[in-house]
Design a protein around this ligand. Structure first.
Ligand code: UD1
Ligand code: UDP
Length: 353
């Protein structure tokens, strides 16, 4: 069978790395990767293809940045051309970005079945572009690979249970797989690790970057902590803070790092402060308490026993999270058995052979 994988943003490269590795080891599936070009800086794109051995995209649509409509529309036009030319048996999409939505819309209009990895996540906040992307993509996909029981429940509530399959989370597979490699090669990922105990932070969500007041409140909290804060900076955030912000002296900004270095930075940190979806889970998988600088999370399982807390962009809540003693009860396992990718690939092969 011929499978077209459509990816374009950093977290999708990371998820696809794990699934594509299993596809490559499976007879009978030809995978063609289409990169929309949503993320294009070397440290937001190429680095992941190189270090995670993701097969080189046959097509790079080089769509680049833009308003939601313009960006998604440009992707739609170009993905449709590829699908008409390649005539795949199925299309594989990941997560909730504009690349996900464009891939789904292009495929469904050509009657090509869609498999959606990381289906069923909901924040119930329709102001988030990702929430719209997910709801739309889930409603037109043929197989919905749900990473958690909560995702299954959400899909059921929307009448989508027939298409839903519990897979577990491919990001959990990834952490289990790469953690061993990182621990065996720790010297390699040491460059950016501070000399004293530190917190690891990331910020890129629209609700924080597009609202200077929120960013100020977040940095006010950072400035009141007694530990260094290491912040690998998303290009979206970098654009804003270089112009307008005086950073607290304990915050060190570095360029975005590769996935393996990022996991190593989580492993060595004391806590994680983030508005990222993926990083909340990585903190959880690697036993690090997380403070989520959003008003809600899709990954509600991580909140159990205090491993994650919701602080929004509220200075006091962020500080309270930082000052809360580490959880004493071990975290549960809600994200599968580390074989989500195997399940996903086996079902795709079986269904579209
Ligand atoms: C996108 C996803 C978000 C995901 C995030 C992962 C959507 C709507 N949002 O958000 O769900 O969490 O990716 O990182 O799809 N930029 C660069 N270089 C790049 C990429 C982006 O400079 O390689 C800058 C551009 O100024 C661009 C801005 O970052 O306008 C935002 O990029 P975009 O892909 O639109 O959204 P993200 O915030 O990255
Ligand atoms: N990540 C990375 N380098 C960085 C920052 C993040 O490799 O400098 C990884 C992180 O470990 C996680 C993924 O990128 O696997 C999360 O992507 P992001 O936060 O951009 O998007 P989200 O998960 O919020 O959609």
């Amino acid at each position: 069978m011929k499978l077209i994988t459509i990816i374009g943003a950093r977290p999708q490269f990371i998820k696809a790395a794990t699934v594509s590795r299993i596809i490559a080891a499976t007879d009978g599936i030809e995978e063609i990767i289409v990169h929309t070009g949503q993320h294009y800086d070397a440290n937001m794109s190429e680095i992941f293809f190189e270090e995670l051995n993701i097969p080189k995209p046959k097509y790079n649509l080089e769509v680049g940045s833009g308003q939601h409509g313009a960006q998604t529309g440009a992707m739609l036009i170009k993905i449709e051309e590829v699908l008409l030319k390649e005539k795949p048996d199925a299309v594989l999409i990941y997560g909730d970005t504009n690349s996900t939505l464009a891939g789904a819309f292009a495929a469904v209009k050509l009657h090509i079945p869609i498999a959606h990895v990381e289906a069923g996540l909901r924040s119930f906040n329709r102001r988030m572009p990702e929430e719209i992307n997910r709801i739309a993509a889930d409603s037109i996909s043929d197989i919905l690979f749900a990473p958690t029981q909560t995702a299954i429940n959400n899909l059921k509530n929307e009448g989508l249970e027939k298409q839903t399959v519990y897979s577990g989370d491919v990001m959990y597979d990834s952490v289990l797989y790469y953690k061993k490699m990182i621990l065996a090669n720790q010297e390699h990922y040491k460059t950016n690790i501070p000399n004293s105990p530190y917190f690891l932070a990331t910020i890129h969500r629209a609700e924080n970057t597009d609202n200077p007041e929120n960013l100020k409140k977040i940095f006010a909290a950072f400035g009141k902590t007694d530990k260094p804060i290491l912040l690998p900076i998303h290009p979206r955030t970098k654009k804003i803070i270089t112009d307008k912000f005086e950073l607290p002296s304990n915050v060190s900004i570095i360029n975005p790092v590769g996935y393996l270095e990022m996991l190593s930075l989580v492993i060595h940190s004391d806590k994680v402060l983030t508005d990222s979806g993926g990083l909340q889970k990585e903190a959880f998988f690697l036993d690090k308490p997380c403070i989520t600088m959003r008003e809600e999370t899709e990954w509600v399982e991580t909140l159990e026993n205090g491993w994650n807390c919701i602080a929004g962009a509220d200075t006091e809540k962020i500080l309270a999270g930082i000052n809360t003693p580490d959880p004493v009860i071990e975290r549960g396992n809600h994200f599968g058995d580390g074989k989500a990718a195997e399940k996903i690939v086996a079902l795709i092969k079986e269904k579209y052979k």
